[in-house]
Write a protein that binds this ligand. Structure first.
Ligand code: PEP
Length: 250
């Protein structure tokens, strides 16, 4: 059985005080034992968040990392720095990073491998634009994104990788993919993983849906057989995020 996981992506939001207030509330209100929880937070609040979450089962996540171990990369953060703060998960290739910071499938692959070496779980984001979906090329695009992200990833490490299907037309738009649309792509991603690593490994990989998930639609999405949780942006900034987390356990 795969454990469900719900990951909040705070993007470029939250001061230390706001982070502390929200997480104190979340920590006191969540009621799950079979679901993993993480928050991918800005670097500036990581230490605060780590302290608030100490001795809870909510884990710290990052929104990005650099693939090189150290050096002259002004403004960047290494896997070792994330490890130092006990970061357990790291988003890779979020569509906003691909769009605004020109991240490519190749840089995604480098980051995935660097994170796995450091025992930090990469959350690889893939997804199509509305035009690509309308053209009927979305599944091929997702196949390419998944295969390139996982290129040369050792079979020993693969079960630490989480893949998040995030259609760009659903991110921050209020338009959620229907549970059938999300399930179709998540099951296709599992099939691609099976092609590379075999069916039994593919059954252990966690595949998430992301795109305008909230307390009203989470339960139905989580009921689909190939959706193992969610990556949640906007709704993770509010106290009602607790309801999204609790829905994963039902
Ligand atoms: C995201 O940023 O990963 C995301 C899914 O955002 P939202 O939930 O706001 O659509």
């Amino acid at each position: 059985m795969r454990r469900k996981i719900v990951i909040g992506n705070w993007k470029m939001n939250m001061t230390r005080m706001e982070a502390k207030n929200l997480l104190t509330l979340v920590k006191e209100s969540v009621n799950v034992s079979q679901t993993d929880i993480a928050f991918a937070v800005p670097y500036t609040v990581m230490e605060t968040v780590q302290k608030v979450l100490a001795e809870s089962n909510i884990m710290l996540g990052s929104q990005n990392v650099h693939s090189e171990p150290r050096g002259a990369y002004t403004g960047e953060i290494s896997v070792e720095m994330l490890k130092d703060l006990e970061v357990k998960y790291c988003l890779v290739g979020h569509s906003e990073r691909r769009k605004y910071f020109l991240e490519t499938d190749e840089t995604v692959n480098k980051k995935v491998k660097a994170l796995l070496e450091a025992n930090i779980k990469p959350v690889v984001c893939v997804g199509e634009t509305i035009t690509q979906r309308e053209q009927g090329i979305h599944l091929e695009l997702i196949r390419t994104q998944v295969k390139k992200a996982l290129a040369d990833v050792d079979i020993m490490h693969i079960e630490d990788v989480i893949i998040a299907y995030e259609p760009l037309w659903a991110i921050g738009t209020g338009v959620t993919a229907t549970s059938d649309e999300a399930e179709e792509v998540c099951s296709f991603i599992r099939y691609i993983v099976a092609e590379i690593y075999g069916v039994s490994i593919s059954q252990n990989i966690r595949i998430l849906y992301g795109g305008s998930v909230n307390e009203n639609n989470a339960k139905e999405l989580f009921s689909m057989p190939n959706i193992d949780g969610a990556l949640v942006g906007g709704a993770s900034l509010k106290p009602t995020f607790v309801e999204v987390i609790n829905a994963a356990e039902e």
